[in-house]
Design a protein around this ligand. Structure first.
Ligand code: SAH
Ligand code: SF4
Ligand code: F3S
Length: 463
């Protein structure tokens, strides 16, 4: 019998007798990337060395996503590969972390590949779980917490560029979007104390980082309750404090929920040049009827009013979105409304998905998944085709303009070119010349594709 054990009893890291190597693979959202950095820190403290090569590892951890069925299928494919690796290397420990761990719990142990399962709030117990697995005892810890924010842990940065970093400011989600598994896999919303966020930002600055992305499922509802004699810290205030740390630090954030995107945040963005002019504002659908069924808490009209306000307060702000095609009961007319909203919104970019029913969600329990797969696919393809056109038009409007690009590294195609992003979050490629990752470079855009701006290094004046 595999029973859930209260591993919170084991709060001191286990000291190993030799340095073992840990390989972590990460799927899903930026939050998972950030969590893997917390896991690396916890495991490093417990004596593990992090390796980039699975073949060298004594322990393999896979940090997983459940948001759509295909995300889970990819992980299952990887687990099949780990099974082969285990045959070659008896004694290899395999652990599943993240949202699939939380959703499937001990079911993951069933096929014999997986030794341990840890949900998103259970990472402090990983050293103990690994230790138990090494002595042949499988373990599952998927307890969700109302408090855990890993606030005191300094993440081990796994990104290689040394320029941009994610900083988690909150965990969990209190919304009830009918299609979404996240509230079940991540638990209730909680904000991380602002002082620990600022401390992490300062450390990043000292280590040469030039950009932070503040992360949460719904950053606009960040709230640190007022301590004695101080004010409540809202997201707008937190954003301001981070921006004030250093004018040479770019600040981004994700994700904003349209129902909670208030003007105070917009004024803060407008006030500080180092807060990037880009808002990711997932709309999901252009039909108010579908939005209501999704329980998003806003209508098409409210969303468009927010967009108008963003453009009034932050002229030229880039806006990107997420869209779901083929949610329960979606008609051709609902779909046409999504396409028309996209045209009105003139999104700069979008993440677009086919609706995937997730077990246990409100939609799975109450609404039939009744849009046939071929229709979902056709609608998704129409949405993608339209967005490609909108992205290309948006990029073409930038040709001839000058942007300050924060260089992140060599371009994929050639070492003679660097790539970086504009404040609008557009990937830009330009000749390397004397520049290196971490430099702010004025680039005049000469040409573009729907995904990339291409330019040359220039002086500072827009002509
Ligand atoms: N917290 C963020 C997004 C979390 S998930 C927000 O509220 O915007 C990222 C995106 O995945 C969502 O915006 C949505 O577009 C998509 N998504 C979530 N559940 C889905 C499902 N069941 N099927 C298809 N797409 C889904
Ligand atoms: Fe999911 Fe909605 Fe929460 Fe985003 S806001 S994580 S879509 S429930
Ligand atoms: Fe996936 Fe979990 Fe993120 S379901 S999108 S990894 S919060």
């Amino acid at each position: 019998m595999k029973k859930e054990i209260d591993y919170t009893r084991f709060n001191s890291p286990v000291t190993p007798n030799r340095s073992r190597r840990l390989y972590i693979e990460t799927y899903g959202c930026q939050m998972n990337v950030s969590d893997s950095e917390v896991v690396a820190a916890i495991m490093q403290q417990a004596g593990f060395t992090i390796t980039d090569h699975m073949a060298d590892a004594d322990v393999v951890l896979i940090n997983t996503c459940s948001v759509r069925d295909n995300a889970e299928q990819r992980v299952r494919g990887r687990l099949d590969l780990f099974r082969l690796q285990k045959q070659r290397m008896p004694g290899l420990i395999v652990g599943v972390l993240g949202c699939m761990a939380e959703r499937l719990k001990e079911q993951l142990l069933e096929n014999g590949t997986v030794d341990l399962v840890a949900g998103p709030d259970a990472y402090r117990t990983l050293p103990q779980l690994v230790h138990n697995a090494e002595s042949g005892q499988q373990g599952v810890n998927t307890l969700l917490s109302r408090e855990e924010t890993y606030a005191d842990i300094s993440p081990v940065r796994t990104d290689k560029n040394g320029v941009t970093a994610f900083v988690s400011i909150m965990r969990g989600c209190n919304n009830v979007c009918a299609y979404c598994v996240v509230p079940y896999t991540r638990g209730a919303e909680r904000s991380r104390p602002s002082e620990t966020i600022l401390r992490e930002v300062r450390t990043l600055l000292q280590n040469g980082y030039r950009e932070v992305t503040l992360l949460g499922q719904n950053v606009n509802s960040y709230c640190e309750p007022a301590a004695a004699e101080s004010k409540t810290i809202t997201f707008a205030r937190l954003l301001e404090r981070v921006a004030l740390e250093d004018p040479s630090l770019r600040v981004r954030f994700s994700t904003s929920h349209p129902k909670d995107m208030h003007n105070d945040v917009l004024y803060t963005i407008a006030m500080y040049p180092n807060i990037c002019n880009h808002i990711h504002l997932p709309v999901q659908s252009g039909s108010s009827r579908i939005l209501e069924k999704m329980r998003r808490g806003y209508s098409r009209e409210h969303y468009m009013e927010r967009l108008a306000k963003i453009r009034e307060i932050i002229p030229e702000c880039a806006i990107t979105t997420d869209i779901i095609a083929g949610f329960c009961s979606e008609t051709d007319d609902d779909h046409a409304q999504t396409l028309s909203l996209m045209r009105e919104a003139e999104y700069d970019a979008a993440f677009m998905f086919r609706y995937s029913e997730r077990p246990g969600t409100k939609a799975a329990r109450h609404y039939p998944d009744d849009v046939p797969t071929e229709i979902k696919t056709r609608r998704l393809n129409e949405i993608i085709a339209l967005q490609n056109q909108l992205s290309l038009e948006s990029n073409r409007r930038d040709v001839g303009k000058i942007f300050i690009v924060l260089a992140e590294g060599n371009s994929k195609r050639s070492d003679a070119f660097l790539f970086g992003r504009t404040s609008h979050n557009k990937v830009t490629v330009f000749p390397k010349a004397k520049f290196k990752a971490g430099d702010y470079v004025p680039v005049k855009i000469t040409t573009c594709t729907s995904a990339t701006l291409i330019g040359e290094v220039t002086g500072m004046n827009n002509e």
